[in-house]
Design a protein around this ligand. Sequence first.
Ligand code: PMP
Ligand code: GLU
Length: 392
Amino acid sequence: MNKCPCNSTMGNMVPSATLAITSKAKALKAAGEDVCAMSAGEPDFNTFEVINQAAIKALNEGKTKYTPASGIPELKKACAEKLIKDNGIACAPEQVVIAPGAKFSCFTAIAALCGPGDEVIIPAPYWLSYPEMVRGVGATPVFVNTKAENNYELTAAELDAAITDRTKLLILNTPSNPTGAVYCRKTLEELAEVIIRRDIMVMSDEIYEKLVYDEKLPHISIGSLSPEINEHTITVNGFSKAYSMTGWRLGYLAAPLWLAKRIIALQSHTSSNATTFAQYGALAALAKCDDQVEEMRKLFAKRRDLIVELMSGIPEISVIYPTGAFYLFCNISAFGLSADEFCNRLLEEGKVAAIPGEPFGAPNSIRLSYACSEDNIRTAISRLAEFCKKLK
Ligand code: PMP
Ligand code: GLU
């Protein structure tokens, strides 16, 4: 059968470049190649032991059967309590949907809300999966370029101008992958006013919330700003980044009840529940790991300082000072190469793996992840500096 071209919107997605390059870097290293990986979108720590033990206990107790599609009641309750306590978001357990990864939560939120004819506003640079998900459900992504000098924040005026009568959803991501920017309260308040007035929904992806480094820029959840905006908000979060649980595939969202019900129906026909014993590990993560998360955050803060300082030795590359997540977004336009070319040559000639900006909607930039040891950061940036010298 001739499979191409076909009418499947889902079947026309392009593979995730972050996952592909991260796997390639891991494979090169495993094959003994001297590659410095700055590509990983995952913490380099082991999952905290208390989480592992809770999942092992659950396995040994036979917690290996189906759970409700939206998760075990204890975990939904714990997530709702966490959203109230940590984020100030009013939330009942019935509004929480536990999913196999925050990525799937993003997808079910988009799919339950949007379809052909709908527009979804995505501030650029963006996490590369959002546009693919939007196109996947047949809706249209509408990109709004944000500026480095505005800390890569979408402004209320830019949002207002981008909304049409087809707009269903705005996607926000703070702290941001790939820029490391954190939205400030004032901008979020102004955006909330527009979202309510123009009556659209917002999906706020807060998966990096625990990794913020500037006391003046704490993580703020847009859903916490007023009961009205909460009615328009889907908050997405997960366990991958805060607890180093990327392989566990565990995320969640909280949405207004009418939408949570739709999302649960969708999940009940697609993934069913997130892995049962993993959900018990997540209970321990929420209950017992605050201190370890804080230690990890401090280590990331040190690495952030180190990489920013080392990059100041490469004046051709400009960066914005990241205040969250574990990425440094670097403008490489001074070299006259596309980001793809730059990253391919950097890997071949400089033995450093980085992610090109094209799939993030930023063709002049590359993303370096500092979720790696200080030694790795030092070696990578000195190799990058050498490579840039050769390019000049
Ligand atoms: N959102 C953002 C911005 C991310 O970087 C990631 C990283 N994978 C996710 C969502 C999804 O995380 P996961 O599916 O591992 O929970
Ligand atoms: N989100 C991470 C990244 O951007 C992991 C890879 C992925 O899920 O796409 O690198």
